[in-house]
Design a binder for this molecule. Structure first.
Ligand SMILES: Nc1ncnc2c1ncn2[C@@H]1O[C@H](COP(=O)(O)OP(=O)(O)OP(=O)(O)O)[C@@H](O)[C@H]1O
Ligand SMILES: [Mg+2]
Length: 207
C-alpha cells in the first residue's frame, strides 16, 4: 500500500508521523520503502541520526525529488512530502492508495487542509484508482478546557471526501525529543501516553 503523509502547511507533523510510522512498521517486521521528497530532508536526517547512534532496527530512507513505484506489491510504501517540492507531492499523491493528513488544531490549518484537498483532487484527475484521505488532529492541546481540537475535528468532518479519525496525537515534548535522538516515541518511552496514542493511531491505520 502506498501511503503519502501530506498537508500543505509547514509544521503540521508530516515528518514526525512518517518517521514514527516507518519505525513502527519496521518494528512489526513489515517490509517498508520510505521516500523523503522534501528538500528539507527531515526524514532522511532522522534516519541518519538513528544510524549514527546505532539504533536498531535501522531505517532506510530514499531522499529523492520523485518517488519510484517499482516495489513488490506486499511492500509498504511511506512517502513524506513538503510544499517546497509540489511536483513531487503531486506525483506521490497521483500514485497513492491513501493520503494521511495531520492537522494541527487551528482555523488556518483547516483552511490550508481545504486548499490541500483541491491539490489532491487535481493530482488525481484522470486516475481510476480510489484514494482514501484520512485526517486527524496532531499537536492537540492536552488541557481539556481548550476546545480547538474539537472545533478542528468538527470542521474537518465538514470537508467532503475525507475520513476523520477519532484519534489524536497530543502536543508532547516526547515527539520532539525522540526525533532528535533518532528514536520513535514508543522506543524512547514505551508505555507513556505519547507512545500509547501513537501505537493506537498506527494500529488503526495498518489494522
Ligand atoms: N504531537 C506533537 N507534539 C509536539 N511536537 C510536535 C508534534 N508533532 C510535531 N511536532 C514538532 O513540530 C515540529 C514540526 O513537525 P514536523 O517536522 O514533523 O512537521 P512537518 O509537517 O514535516 O513540517 P515541514 O512542513 O516543515 O516538513 C517539529 O519540531 C516536531 O518535533
Ligand atoms: Mg517535514
Amino acid at each position: 500500500m502506498i501511503t503519502v503523509v501530506a498537508n500543505l502547511k509547514g509544521g503540521s507533523g508530516k515528518s514526525t508521523v512518517s518517521f514514527n510510522l516507518l519505525a513502527w512498521l519496521v518494528g512489526q517486521g513489515r517490509e517498508v520503502k520510505a521516500f523523503d521528497l522534501d528538500p528539507q530532508r527531515t526524514l532522511s536526517d532522522v534516519a541518519q541520526v538513528r544510524k549514527e547512534d546505532g539504533i536498531v532496527p535501522a531505517l532506510q530512507v530514499a531522499a529523492v525529488d520523485r518517488p519510484s513505484f517499482d516495489h513488490a506489491a506486499q511492500v509498504e510504501v511511506i512517502i513524506d512530502v513538503g510544499a517546497a517540492n509540489l511536483e513531487g507531492m503531486r506525483e506521490a499523491i497521483r500514485h497513492a492508495d491513501r493520503v494521511i493528513v495531520p492537522v494541527p488544531p487551528s482555523q488556518p490549518d483547516v483552511w490550508a487542509t481545504q486548499r490541500f484537498l483541491k491539490i489532491v483532487a487535481d493530482a488525481r484527475n484522470g486516475t481510476e484508482k480510489t484514494l482514501e484521505i484520512i485526517a486527524f488532529v496532531n499537536r492537540a492541546d492536552t488541557h481539556h478546557a481548550v476546545r480547538e481540537s474539537d472545533d478542528t475535528e468538527a470542521a474537518l468532518q465538514q470537508l467532503p471526501g475525507i475520513t476523520v479519525l477519532p484519534l489524536r496525537l497530543y502536543q508532547r515534548t516526547l515527539y520532539r525529543r525522540s526525533m532528535s535522538e533518532g528514536m520513535a516515541v514508543f522506543e524512547l518511552w514505551r508505555g507513556s501516553k505519547g507512545a500509547d496514542e501513537f501505537e493506537a493511531l498506527a494500529s488503526a491505520l495498518y489494522q
